[in-house]
Design a protein around this ligand. Structure first.
Ligand SMILES: C[S@@+](CC[C@H](N)C(=O)[O-])C[C@H]1O[C@@H](n2cnc3c(N)ncnc32)[C@H](O)[C@@H]1O
Length: 261
């Protein structure tokens, strides 16, 4: 338990402290010296050797136990971090509309989100689609926050790890989608994650996932694996609603469930 907390502190602590200290000191007399410190540190962080070493260390820490990271990276603090994404006219609304339009075009009425987090996308889909929606995630704090975020609407939210097997029957959902979840699964576990999605989806799998590597992100070749499983890529394009610096890709796979099982 202590080791998990220490690992999380090393991974998430610096980012949070920096944001907190910056927020607290901006506009005060201490802001100028702090900015000078940030400025002086910048070349160090830009140094490719330093950067590569720090990233490799952080990546190892994350890979040692991704679930414990997400057990702690949930809850109120996490939704507060994401507040800039939410609300009327927000990016979340646009992303929800985009996904709902894609799913409606596929004519699906039973939909599962794997790695649903606090239910950001499920809430948007609920507004646009007359469909049976289910979410699952391996982080209890994320699901607890999802229940609050989705209220008064209720929907099944299941605690499960997609790399270990999901508690759903074969072909249980017409569409299974992920957004910003598979990219956090280190290899080789991404293969079990995708295979499990292919088992429980009957018609389509949709991924909106980043394709860059960082400490907690992993670029995966989804197309290659699904092809091995006998499934077909029917749409792939850069995600049109990326945040600045994000490189998410939007992919739809059509399942051929008579093959590849
Ligand atoms: C960045 S959040 C994205 C949440 C949500 N899809 C959204 O767009 O706001 C990634 C989520 O994936 C979940 N996750 C990561 N690996 C998972 C796994 N193997 N099984 C189930 N959930 C997983 C995490 O717990 C986390 O809630």
């Amino acid at each position: 338990m202590r080791l998990e907390a220490l690992r999380y502190l090393l991974l998430a602590g610096p980012k949070r402290w920096r944001a907190e200290v910056t927020g607290a000191l901006r506009g005060t007399p201490l802001w100028t010296p702090l900015r000078t410190v940030y400025h002086r540190c910048r070349p160090l962080w830009r140094n490719p050797v330093v950067r590569a070493r720090v990233l490799a260390m952080r990546r190892r820490l994350y890979c040692a136990d991704p679930r414990s990271y997400w057990q702690q990276e949930g809850g109120r603090q996490y939704t507060q971090d994401e507040e800039f994404l939410l609300g009327p006219g927000s990016l979340t609304e646009q992303q929800g509309r985009f996904l709902a339009t894609a799913i409606a075009a596929l004519g699906a009425t039973t939909i599962l989100e794997v790695g649903c987090g606090y239910g950001r996308m499920l809430k948007e889909l609920r507004r646009h689609l007359d469909a049976r929606l289910v979410g699952c995630d391996f982080s209890e704090p994320q699901l607890k926050t999802a229940r609050e975020y989705l209220a008064p609407v209720t929907m099944p939210l299941i605690l499960a790890d997609a790399t270990q097997g999901l508690p759903f029957a074969d072909s249980a959902f017409e569409v299974v989608y992920t957004q910003g979840s598979l990219m956090h699964v280190p290899p080789p576990l991404d293969r079990s994650y995708r295979s499990e999605l292919a088992r429980i989806a009957s018609r389509y799998i949709i991924h909106t996932e980043d394709v860059q590597d960082s400490d907690s992100m992993f670029a995966h070749d989804n197309e290659r694996h699904y092809k091995e499983l006998g499934h077909r890529l029917v749409e792939a394009r850069p995600y049109p609603l990326n945040l600045a610096g994000q490189t998410m890709k939007f992919e739809i796979f059509e399942l051929r469930n008579d093959r590849g099982r």
